[in-house]
Design a protein around this ligand. Structure first.
Ligand code: GLU
Length: 285
């Protein structure tokens, strides 16, 4: 008798600040979906950025999630078959992917300075998003093979202009993005030798056998980029479920700067996990 593949979900917080109500709602959804499917939930500490990540935030993050009642079966605190579950300890996996992309010509070294980029790029509509790269270093593809290691330049993934990337989101319905219009050649490895989020996340989701990615709708466009990376690396494509975003009373998306809505602050005000989670309902559709 055949059995369906085990559901594997993940929680992937970055320890760059306190978790807030928006995180609580998304992670609760991820938890419920894994529970409903009798699946496994993986906690991955996305502490890639050495400047912004802090061990005290990583600790607080685990504690806040436990306080909410979320349980995971693999993670930095308990181990598991795909350890380590902390991105700062997974550099070899990312380097391996970088080498594959370099060898196949999918990425190129970009030497544009910050200043040049600021002058030449078009600001995206979404302030948090990477600006559209005008393609100045695209002709440097042949130089890629000269680099044994990525450090010192930005490495960009070359998108095919006008390619339409479509996917069916489990929550938001069908999605369609156009490469070169909605996003340009994006960074996969930073000049300061830090792998970019887009690369690390696809490498890890595949390595940890994630079957469904549950995260906030602010990452929908990143999913389109990630689908291109998965294809280039020959990795399996998970399902995607993008939760609606929780907004503050002024309609702005919650960010880590919203300290008043951090789980810590709500907890200190005497709110119970159930009361906190009851605030989610409106934001998840
Ligand atoms: N670590 C990312 C963040 O906190 C989320 C990554 C993801 O879920 O793909 O924004």
């Amino acid at each position: 008798m055949s059995t369906a593949a085990t559901y594997r979900g993940r929680l992937a917080p970055s320890p760059t600040g306190r978790l807030h109500l928006g995180h609580a709602c998304t992670f609760w959804t991820a938890y419920l979906r894994a529970q409903e499917q009798k699946g496994v939930l993986v906690l991955r500490d996305e502490d890639l950025d050495p400047q912004r990540s802090k061990p005290e935030y990583a600790e607080a993050m685990l504690e806040d999630l436990k306080w909410l009642g979320i349980e995971w079966q693999e993670g930095p605190d308990i181990g598991g078959p795909f350890a380590p579950y902390r991105q700062s300890l997974r550099r070899e996996f990312y380097l391996d992917a970088w080498r594959k992309l370099r060898d196949s010509g999918a990425i190129y070294p970009c030497t544009c300075s910050r200043k040049e980029l600021a002058l030449a790029t078009t600001a995206p509509n979404d302030v948090d998003d990477e600006p559209l790269y005008p393609g100045r270093c695209r002709n440097k593809a042949e130089e890629a093979s000269r680099y044994e290691f990525p450090a010192g330049v930005n490495w960009r993934f070359r998108v095919s202009d006008a390619e339409v990337i479509e996917f069916a989101d489990q929550h938001q319905g069908s999605q369609s993005y156009v490469a070169g219009r909605d996003f340009g050649d994006f960074v996969v490895w930073r000049r300061d030798d830090v792998p970019a989020y887009q690369l690390a996340v696809v490498v890890d989701d595949a390595a940890m056998r994630v079957t469904e990615v549950v995260r906030g709708a602010d990452l929908l466009k990143s999913t389109a980029r990630q689908l291109l990376l998965l294809r280039s690396l020959g990795l399996p494509v998970p399902r995607y479920f993008h939760c609606g975003l929780v907004r503050d009373t002024f309609g702005a998306r919650l960010a880590k700067r919203h300290d008043a809505l951090s789980l810590r602050a709500l907890r200190q005000l005497g709110q119970s996990p159930a009361e906190v989670l009851s605030l989610c309902n409106g934001g998840q559709s």
